[in-house]
Design a protein around this ligand. Sequence first.
Ligand code: N7H
Length: 448
Amino acid sequence: FMPLHQIQGDILIGMKKPKELFFFYTIKDPRKFKQILAKDIYPQITTTAQLICRTCPKTGALLNVAWTSKGLKKLNVVGNTFDKFFSMGQVADASALGDNDPPTNWVPALLKDQTHGAFLIASDEWAPVDDLLAQIRGWLGTSIVEVHRLKGAHRPGAFSGHEDFGYLDGISQPAVGGFATSILPGQSLVLPGTILTGELGDPFALSRPSWMRWGSFMVFRQLQQFVPEFDEHLLQMASAIPDETRTNQERAELLGARMFSRWKSGTPLDLAPDYDVPAIGSDSRRNNDFDYSHPPPFNIVADQSRCPFSSHIRKTRPRADQANVNIFNQIMRAGLPYGDEVTDAERENKTTTLERGFAFVSYQSDIGLGFRFQQVIWANDIYFPFLKADTPGYDPIIGQNGAKLVFSSGIDYKHPDQNSAFMSFILSRGGEYLYSPSMSAILDPIAA
Ligand code: N7H
């Protein structure tokens, strides 16, 4: 039994709107903030029950709320949350995540480490988002001060659902036991406490304060993507590959697919290693039904011909690479792209001038076992997946090595045992570690 009216809507299924504003603030007047939170803001917050209800349409914009460790302290919510990364905050964790050290590329406002809370406001259009933000700011007056805002939006037209490099996102998410009503082929089933604090499977379920039931830690990352540079890198790399059967552009498409382990259409490379089969990508019963293993003579320890060990989705969910598929290190992803489309001038000059990227959001019951495990222990560790015949190297998409080059094995499909080295095409602009509480916890202890 899971009380869906208690759980904020973004955690288990995502608000999934084409526009979403992330608004970060500092609290100046905790007393006034608590009053307004309980009286005016609380009734606007969108729960999971509301999102799945077909007969109770919600008008206007959707709202979710979250606080940092500093924010909870400011609101006098004291006591151990049993998450050391949440307690220390993301600024202090930046270099361990592989961000440039010192993190000079962080948005200055985030680097100041003054965020107390965030409003996530989502809708089909910007007008309802702007209206709800204006209303909330009107109520709160000078009791908060803006720190930073980021406007995420789906890309236009046919690119909707694809992120800035062009790849379809949002295909693979874990099914949460006690909530999911069905499991798709290849989907992983996790205990509710992998995502929700205080539930079965949360390693600290019995230690945490009781108000932490039905909430989740939220990781936010503003990840800038260098799209023309990524495209140019693929074309350059393609031109050095002897392959008469493909045009340079087709070789580049295959190299890009090998970095992700999916074609832009979403089709998994493990099922279609040479050419895209778009009909697989669009079929939810087939597009996640693979685990990188194949009958002999295929050798999962040595063979990167179908898909590199280092590729993004293999690093972040190793499937059969890890014999006891690790169900503890899974996250629910709820991010979306931000920034404008690549301009003609940027494409021509092969150089980014406008910032664009991914507003990454993940939910997990433990930051160290969720987002951080995937980023640090998997993506940034050159030896993961472990015990392969060839050192896998960095995740070519999200792997980070400070301001230094990264390398990945297996990208070149003609020489899959060779490394390629490059500067990452993603740059961290910073982020926050937050907590997204249950509805009852928002009233007490947070607003109390
Ligand atoms: Fe990744 N992208 O949109 O291009 N991611 N990701 N991610 N990611 C995935 O299978 C992307 C990032 C995961 O179950 C796909 O749904 C981009 C971070 C996980 O097999 C695509 C950025 C972390 C999965 C992208 C980014 C993760 C996954 C394939 C940053 C964690 C599922 C679509 C700019 C630390 C793995 C899909 C599985 C899939 C993109 C970041 C994790 C296309 C652009 C930081 C767990």
